[in-house]
Design a protein around this ligand. Sequence first.
Ligand SMILES: Cc1cc2nc3c(=O)[nH]c(=O)nc-3n(C[C@H](O)[C@H](O)[C@H](O)COP(=O)(O)OP(=O)(O)OC[C@H]3O[C@@H](n4cnc5c(N)ncnc54)[C@H](O)[C@@H]3O)c2cc1C
Length: 495
Amino acid sequence: MGIRTGAQYIQALKSRSPEIWLEGRRVTDVVNEPVFNQPIQEIAKLYDMQHDPQYQDSITHICKETGERVNNAFLHPTTYEELMARSQLFEIYAKSTFGLMGRTPDFLNVVVTGMAHNGWFLDQYNTEWSVNIKNYFNYIRDNDLFLTHAIINPQNDRSKNSHGQKDMFTHLGAVEETPDGLIVRGAKMLATLAPITDEVIIYSFPGFEPGDERYALAFAVPVDTPGLKLICREPMQDGKRSQFDHPLASRFEEMDALLVFNDVLVPWDRVFLYNNVEAANLLYPKTGIAQQPAHQSGVRGYVKLAFATEVACKLADSIGVDGYLNVQNDLGELVQNVEVIRSLLRVAEYEYETTASGEVMPNAAALETIRGMLPKMYPRAIEVIQIIGAGGLLMSPTGSDFNAPEIRSEIDKYYLGRDGVDSLERVKLFKLAWDLCGEAFGQRLVQYERYYTGDPIRKRAIFYNGYKRKAQFAMVDEALSVTNEFVKEQPKLAK
Ligand SMILES: Cc1cc2nc3c(=O)[nH]c(=O)nc-3n(C[C@H](O)[C@H](O)[C@H](O)COP(=O)(O)OP(=O)(O)OC[C@H]3O[C@@H](n4cnc5c(N)ncnc54)[C@H](O)[C@@H]3O)c2cc1C
């Protein structure tokens, strides 16, 4: 089939009935559920862009294996040009959602592409696993599917590993092997967008210890697999708020869900890794499934930071405060942060690395630096919006107030901005800013930037330890070498 349209994506959602729980009730019609409807439309737009002549050649290509047109997320990059073809896709998709949707289909499709093309790693443990992931890759590429993933365990007792939790199946683990496949039980989090995806893929961050064998798992199943429950967090919008009052929250909320597996059968041909602690610990660092999607996240994070920065600048200009030194200092800082991330992305792409198997990967140090800096830069951009908007952020009337003739003249008089900015323009801008910096929707976006890729503190520590392993500190040795002659060997004193 190759590239889907938005309508085909929505049709596929309608054809399934996954067990979705939202605010204590079972959702039976996900497409028409108000909380999900608009985000579904936003994802559908991305599928439609694949057919739009304006974008088609930038985000899709003809697959050499099948001759069909497929998304660039399924391109296994072996040249700089192919790496950049993916970069273009990431940027076009990110701009379509202002970087506010992190788990658009390209993200996990890149993960599966990376895993499938590093079959050599799985072959060391079990040759069936690499065949399974390659077939799965073909399946999602040719059907243009949308995946969610859950790679961490529920947050119960973090001081203990999976096998040390109170119940053996609090964390997702294998219960038994059957001729048809593996029976799995327990939970995984935090599956962003799960209710509106086609498939669920499970794999894990490293950290397994002997005793954790049953939890060392990687597999994929359809989202409506019997026994799989999706328990959604509290929605941050009810799907009924107007786009005038909540121009971002009404469109781009990514629902997150806990995945509960109640004795789910995973067919053997969908198992990519099982019962091997070493393989589970090395899957993430060895197969590029950290580095390649970090490229998508870096580009998306760059667009999101640039968007927040634009909002801060427009806000300041609209009320005539961007002539003040303190405001210019804050805005200059944000613009420089955007430039730092843009520059790091260019380094990641120009200074790419080629693996032994010929895969071209963006530069790991530059990507990890982005991952280390965005969790500080994005919250800072939000803080600056809060500081500049100040009390005005809380004072916006609603769209309905503009339509009330009795108060319209007051609204037009007291809500206008600097010369040339009328009340409608100013209020619309402040509402956009409030969605980003005040609403629960905006707070989730901050939390996303901090944690979507794991704990930033431990990630930075891992980065430093990697640096230290390779570092020679040669400059320090050279600087100290001039002093070598100074301290003379002294004759030993007789006791
Ligand atoms: C909005 C959002 C969307 C997300 N989307 C997804 C998704 O689609 N799929 C997915 O799989 N995951 C997703 N994640 C989850 C993300 O991977 C985790 O949040 C991240 O790995 C951190 O894990 P945690 O939240 O369980 O925090 P914890 O690991 O429980 O950490 C809690 C605190 O304890 C500290 N801590 C915990 N353990 C240690 C330790 N061993 N050493 C030192 N300090 C420690 C941490 O520094 C932190 O301050 C998402 C997260 C967010 C916030």
